[in-house]
Design a protein around this ligand. Sequence first.
Ligand code: HEM
Length: 136
Amino acid sequence: MNENKKCPRSMVLTIFERIGGEDAVEALVTLFLTRTFNDPNLRLFFADIGMPEQAEKQKSFLTMALHGSEKSDGEQLRESHARLLPMGMNDHHFDLVIKHLTESMYELNVAPELINEVVTVCESMREYIFDRAPKP
Ligand code: HEM
């Protein structure tokens, strides 16, 4: 490729596409949903949310994690998780969510370097979720 030309955005595959597109992500949502929902340490946070809504939440979670992050997403997550802080959500719960996500990806044979990328995106959201990131 001509060195002066930048690689067009359309040529850069998102993590979502590299994982295998919609079918692979569907499978990942199902696995991740089951693991999170069945974890006795996490169940209380999701108790008042119905299963279909929960599936939607997980999908937007993964869409965010797999497409990469932007600052505005962090602000949105700060808002949507605010009500969970008085319920006792802490870094341990965050680590459990990441663990379930990582294990689900391993189970689906996602490449380790891709798993690392997803975890990095999730980690970049931690300070927003706990309202510790500086406000814009
Ligand atoms: C990397 C970490 C996380 C990401 C990227 C993430 C992402 C999201 C997204 C995109 C939503 C939907 C937001 C909306 O509808 O505006 C959401 C909602 C939610 N998240 Fe998370 N989340 C993370 C960690 C956690 C943790 C650690 C917990 C609790 C243990 C949690 C519990 C919830 C609950 C209960 C909702 C529904 C809130 C409601 O509808 O009132 N999340 N999350």
